[in-house]
Design a protein around this ligand. Structure first.
Ligand code: SAM
Length: 258
């Protein structure tokens, strides 16, 4: 079971030293406890949040490239290692197209389509990569948009954390994939205190969901759907506000045994 370095099974979070003027340590603890209280009391919101459409274009163009988060990030290389030569890839929540760059560099995908619900992100992706195929679409509606089993690999990287819950988008990604659905998390799912399903640690903008999910809850969901899965942890450092020891993890899901 995944536990961040320096944490324990019972309290799987590590507060880092505040840097870059981020919130002080006591505030981080308070926010985390508030998130847990909301989870325990059933006060977590469920409506979609589309703050991504309101963020400045220069931010959208650069934030997934800065501070080692670009095409060089180890979890992007992991993704490329799971795609076979000539396979088609649907990149769900593609943002400004860094996933496109990473796969292009690996020279693997015969057909790449990036889809994102943020219109400005898609416009930026198209400007930066005129040769790419970028479309507007929602992670919760890709089966209707593209059809079932329409791509060999469906990639969902750093997106589920920003949705009200993981189930619908996970279900859709699996439905659209022919061989693999790949989910990459920057907030690694883990067993959470009090058995809660998800906690918003409050380190991001208020208009965005930022959930750490329960790994047991994800596993129950996949087992219930009769799916096979494998976790890969420690796939590169995560930028996770004032949390320390956070690393990227990938969840590989298939209808066939892995
Ligand atoms: C943290 S960024 C990750 C971008 C990209 N996957 C990467 O790894 O570079 C999250 C992206 O998910 C997109 N997103 C959020 N909710 C979405 C939804 N319901 N459907 C599709 N995209 C969504 C946002 O617009 C944003 O571009």
């Amino acid at each position: 079971m995944f536990v961040p370095e320096g944490a324990s099974r019972f309290w799987p979070f590590v507060m880092g030293t505040p840097r870059d003027g981020r919130a002080p340590r006591w505030n981080a603890h308070l926010l985390l406890w508030r998130g847990l209280a909301h989870a325990v009391l059933g006060l977590q919101p469920t409506e979609p949040r589309e703050l991504w459409s309101q963020l400045p274009r220069d931010y959208l163009a650069t934030f997934m490239r800065a501070e080692g988060a670009g095409k060089e990030h180890p979890s992007r290389r992991f993704v490329a290692s799971k795609v076979r030569v000539g396979e088609s890839v649907l990149d769900v929540g593609c943002g400004a197209g860094v996933g496109f760059e990473a796969l292009q560099e690996a020279d693997l995908a015969s057909r790449y389509v990036g889809v994102d619900s943020s219109e400005p992100s898609i416009e930026v992706a198209r400007e930066l990569h005129p040769g790419g195929d970028f479309r507007i679409g929602n992670a919760t509606g890709i089966a209707a948009q593209f059809g079932e089993a329409s791509f060999d690999v469906v990639l969902v990287r750093h997106v589920l954390e920003h949705l009200p819950d993981f189930e619908v988008a996970m279900d859709q990604a699996v439905a659209v994939s022919r061989r693999l659905a790949l989910f990459v998390f920057y907030l690694t799912p883990r067993a959470l205190p009090f058995g809660v399903r998800k906690v918003n640690p409050g380190h991001n903008r208020a208009g965005l969901y930022t959930y750490i999910y329960s790994r047991p809850a994800i596993e129950r969901f996949l087992a219930g759907a009769g799916l096979h899965r494998q976790w890969y942890d420690h796939l590169g450092v995560s930028r996770a506000g004032w949390f320390a020891g956070e690393v990227n993890s990938a969840l590989v899901v298939s209808r066939q045994p892995l």
